[in-house]
Design a protein. Sequence first.
Length: 690
Amino acid sequence: MRKLLPLLSTNPHGGGRSALTCRYRCGDACFHEVPNTSDNEYVGDVIAGALSRRSALRAAAVVTVASAAGGALALGNAPEAVARPQQPGTGHGHGHGSGKADGARGLRFTPVAPNTADKVTVPAGYSQNVVIRWGEPILRGAPAFDSEKQTAKAQAGQFGYNNDFLSLLPLRGEHDRQVLVANHEYTDEVLMFRGYDAADPTREQVEIAWAAHGLSVVVVQEEHRTGKLAPVARHHLNRRLHTTSEFRVTGPAAGSALLRTSVDPTGRKVLGTLNNCAGGTTPWGTTLHGEENFNQYFANGSSATDKRYGVGTGATERKWERFDKRFDLKQEPNEVHRFGWVVELDPYDPDSTPRKRTALGRFKHEAAQPRLTDDGRPVVYMGDDERFDYFYKFVSGKRMKKGNSRAAREHNLTLLDEGTLYVAKLTGDSPAAEIDGTGKHPADGEFDGSGVWIPLATGDVSHVPGMTAEEVYVFTRLAGDKVGATKMDRPEDVEPSPRTGRVYVALTNNTDRGKPGKAGADEANPRNLNKHGQILELAENWDDPASDGFAWRLFLVAGDPNDPATYFAGYPKEKVSPISCPDNVAFDPHGNLWISTDGAQLGSHDGLFGVATQGERRGELKQFLTVPKGAETCGPIIQDRRVLVAVQHPGEIDGASVEKPASVWPDGPGKIVRPSVVAVWRTDGRDIGV
Ligand code: FEO
Ligand code: CA
Ligand code: CA
Ligand code: CA
C-alpha cells in the first residue's frame, strides 16, 4: 500500500522565497531577464578546435563504458555502488510516528516531518545549541551586540550577517577546539535597523552593512561528550574580512587592464569580497569562498563593459554608490570586474591576505569544492548560479605537497593559479523526442548520458576563438556561450564523494525552462518550468587528470514524491521525504550525501536531508531538520558527532521589519531576529545516525 510521508499542501508565502529575499540576496535576479540570451547550440567546429582527437576519443570511450554497464556510471566504480535497490519489506520503512529509526548507517534517525514551526526542528533524541549569532564579538575590543546601538566599528569585530557556507578545520595543539570559517553572504537592512529608510540609508547603516558582509574566522570550543560548540572570543586566529578589507588578485588575469581602477592602477589589490555564498575546504587546509550575486552592488549597469552579468541600470537597492564611487559603474567601470571570483583564505595565518583566484574564472560563483586527482592535482568544481548558466571545473597543473611544512604550505597556496579552466557540455543518451519536459523518464529508464569538459583557457593561452585568455577569465560566461556549454537549471553547490569520487551537483530550480524564447528541456534538465530542482551525479576518470570526458545521470529529481516526475535514484518513493530546491550539499563520514534546501516549494520550511548514495538504500532520502520561518538552511557540515547548519535570513518575509518581525528566532519575543549557526548532536552522546 502506498503511504506517503505527510506533506503540507499550501505555501503561506505563495511558493519559494519571499520578495524580500529576492531583493536583498540576489538583487531580484529572478525578476530580471535571464542574462544568458546566447544561442549556444553545440558548435562542432569550435569543440573540434578545442578538443584534441585523443581526448574526443576518450570521451567517446567513456560513453561506451557507461553503456556497457547498463547505463551505470562506470568509471572505475564498484558495480555494487549502482545496484538497483530491491523493494524493502514493508515492515522496515521509516514513516513518521513509527518510532523506528532504521536506514543506511549514518541515516538512522526518525525523519522530521515537513512543518512551519518557527524554530530548528530536529529528530527525537537529538539536542541543539546556537553556536554563534550575528553580532557576537569575536575580535579583541569588540563590544557585546546591542541591536539598538550598532556601529560599523563594532560590527567589524563581530560575527557578520546572514551566515552561509561553513567550514570546520582541525586545530592542532589546542584540545577540543576547531576553526570555524563562515561566509556572510548579504545583509537584510530592513531586519537589521529599526526605522530603516530604504530610499535614504545613512552612512553609518551602509558602513555597518559593509562590515557585516564577508567572512569570519572564529575558533570554537567543543563541549566534552556532546556536539555542542561555543565561540572562543579574542582567539589569535579569529578574523573578520569584509567590504573594506584588502584582497590580492592572483593568477593569469591579475594586473589585467580590465581589473585596473583609479584607486588601484595595478589591478592586483581589491578592497572587499561580496555575496559569499557557498564555498569549499581544500585538502591543503585553506577555504574557498564563491562571490555570487556581486552584480547587485553596482549602479548604472548601462556603463558595464559587458551585459552578461546582469548589472542593473540606475541606482542599487542598498545605495552604496552614494557613499563610495567605486560602486558606480559610470565612475569606475572596472570595479565590477574585481568581484565574481573564488576567494582563497588561509585561516591558519591571521596575517595572510586572502586571494581572488582568476584562473577559476569570473561568474556568479556559488561554491568551489576541490578533489585531488590520483596524481595529486586539485580539481575544483564550480557552479554559476543563474538560470541557464553553466557548470565548470578547474584542473591545476601542479601537484599538492603533503605535510604542514612552511615550504609545503607556500607551494600549495599557488595550486589554484596555474591550470586549465573547463566548462561542461552534457549530452543525453536517449532520443530527444523522449524528453518531453514533464519529467517523464525516457525508455531507457534514466536521465543520463555523457559529457565533455570543454577547455576555455590554460594560463595565458585561450582556447576560445575570438577571446584572449584575460577575456576568458574576466568574462567567463561569454566564453561558455561561445563554446556551446550546456544551459543548466541554476548550478548551486557541488561536492565530490570522498568514497566514490563521484561528483554531486545541486541544480536548484529554473522556472523559466521551456518558456517561449528560452531553452527547453534536455536530458540533464528534463522539466520545463522546473520548480523543484534536481541533483546530478557525475563520474570522472580520476587516474587521468587530463581526461575530457565524463558520464552523468540524475541522482534525484526533487519534489513531492506523489509527483510522478520525481525520482529518488530508483528507491521506493513511499519511503522518502519530500524535498524541493536543493542548494548546499555535503558528505558525512559514512558516504551519505546531505542536502540543504533554499526556497522549498512544498509548503514546509527549508530543511536538511540525508540520502544514501551507495548500496541497497541508495536514494533513500530522510529529512533531518527544518529551519525557522523565512530562513534558508546553509553550510551543512556533518561530523561523526555533530551536524552544523547556518540558519540564514530567518524572518525574511515580505512586510517584515525590526518593528514587525516575522520570526522570533533564536532568542524569543522582543529580541531581534538573528542569523546564527546551530549545532545538533545526539542527546545520548553517540554518533549521528548510527
Ligand atoms: Fe546564494 Fe546560489 O545561493
Ligand atoms: Ca537516458
Ligand atoms: Ca546557496
Ligand atoms: Ca541558494
